[in-house]
Design a protein around this ligand. Structure first.
Ligand SMILES: [Zn+2]
Length: 133
């Protein structure tokens, strides 16, 4: 009788252990899936970084090629404006206002832009202006 009780206890413990083991293997399974998801995301992220790098390189090549065609003084002016105006150096005119600082431009300035004889800059934000056709 006593022996039977001991066996029952042992079986109970084994049963609990089985349940724990199943829980653990479920957790492991879950972890595996999450790790796979994470690896996939990491891969996509790395691909995106590589794509952006390639794009930036080709834009840089284009920029150098274009810069060679532009008058040095104008290029220097452009670079100066880009640096001081958060990368936005060339802005359109909408209605009669500069789309960089939204100030109303004198009609003389708008006329100058229309004639396209030389670069015209906004009197208040100094960005290069153009009129969208
Ligand atoms: Zn402006």
């Amino acid at each position: 009788m006593r022996r039977r009780r001991v066996e029952e206890e042992i079986l109970k413990i084994f049963d609990q252990m089985d349940a724990e083991n199943q829980k653990i293997s479920k957790e492991k399974e879950f972890l595996k899936t999450e790790e796979a998801k994470l690896a996939e995301q990491k891969k996509k992220f790395n691909e995106e970084v590589a794509r952006i790098k390639t794009e930036a390189e080709s834009l840089n090549v284009q920029r150098v090629a274009l810069a060679g065609k532009i008058d040095k003084a104008i290029l220097a002016k452009y670079d100066r404006i880009v640096k001081s105006k958060d990368g936005l150096a060339v802005v359109p005119v909408a209605g009669d206002s500069c789309q960089g600082c939204f100030r109303i431009l004198p009609s003389q300035v708008i006329h100058e832009i229309r004639t396209k004889k030389e670069l015209v800059c906004c009197g208040s934000c100094a960005r290069i202006l153009y009129i969208e056709e």
